[in-house]
Write a protein that binds this ligand. Structure first.
Ligand code: PAF
Length: 286
């Protein structure tokens, strides 16, 4: 196990990157690293190659948390995170503090996430995606990677990041990685550590609903009804269950689709999603 170079400041990051003039792949995280992040780091290594460099960023970004959300209690586990980075062969870790990322008192120019930024997660968290896209842009520009790897667990985030680099001509290749699940089906997330043992069976209803929905893919209504059957449950406060296109287009009836759910279990808000394959569009026989 080789320790990664740990850069806490931007000048240390530039120095570490200048020493590695090669293919690079970045994994952006807010720390509290788990099996899902390990999968992202392994994909980053495959993309960068044995001679390339894998960069992991660890930063709990205040800009993407709304008032009353869990910014203050979000888990911060830097020592354990650095051990995981070393085990996974990360070359450079960038772990800045807030003053490194936002040196001015406030950020004046931010990225507008557009219409999709106001739907699904954006309805419950209206400033969230502007905060995400702004920090992702800053981290892309600071690390200048060949590839940037993001999990499908945050499917709307991944979709918006893809959209942003396309719409704004940003020269980075965005790569999505399938969600890692615990043996019982729960999607791995840093926020799972907020769940009590008693809440876990309730939290599991999200992945059960998605699996049931994906298995009932003969038509759109059947998918939603099969999913909803798991969600009418005391202790589960459902925000949405929606079936959309692969780019999160509304009203999909045919072909590849995505089923997404968000719900609160106690004070913990959880999200999950799966791919669904609806029947192909009937052939036009005219
Ligand atoms: O997915 C996350 O952990 C965060 O939203 C990200 C992409 C690191 C931006 O802060």
């Amino acid at each position: 196990v080789n320790d990664a170079v740990v850069a806490r400041r931007r000048d240390e990051l530039s120095e570490a990157l200048a020493a590695r003039d090669t293919t690079t792949a970045v994994v952006m995280t807010m720390g509290a690293l788990h099996a899902g992040h390990r999968a992202l780091i392994r994909s980053a290594r495959e993309l960068a190659g044995a001679d390339g460099a894998v960069i992991t960023t660890i930063f709990v970004n205040p800009l993407q948390f709304g008032v009353g959300e869990d910014f203050d209690r979000y888990p911060r586990t830097l020592a354990a995170d650095l051990d995981i980075c070393a085990e996974e062969g990360v070359d450079v870790v960038f772990a800045p503090d807030v003053t490194q990322m936002y040196p001015d008192e406030s950020t004046h120019v931010t990225i507008d996430a557009g219409p999709l930024g106001r739907e699904l997660e954006g309805k419950a968290r209206p400033t969230h995606f502007a905060g995400v896209l702004t920090v992702v842009t800053k981290l892309l520009n600071l690390t200048v990677p060949t590839y940037a790897v993001f999990g499908e667990k945050d499917y709307q985030q991944l979709t918006l990041i893809r959209r942003m680099v396309t719409d704004l001509e940003m020269p980075y290749e965005i790569v999505g990685v399938p969600t890692v699940r615990d043996a019982d089906g729960l999607a791995v997330s840093s926020r799972n550590r907020y769940l009590t043992a008693a809440q876990r069976p309730t939290a599991l209803l999200l992945s059960k609903a998605l699996r049931a929905g994906a298995a009932a893919a003969h038509n759109r209504d059947a998918v939603l009804a099969a999913g909803q059957a798991f969600l009418d449950h005391p202790g589960l406060d459902v925000d949405y269950l929606e079936l959309r296109g692969p780019g999160l287009e509304p009203n999909v009836d045919h072909g590849p689709a995505r089923l997404l759910v968000a719900a609160r279990v106690g004070a913990t808000r959880l999200i999950d999603n799966v791919a669904v394959e609806l029947p192909a569009r009937p052939m036009d026989t005219r």
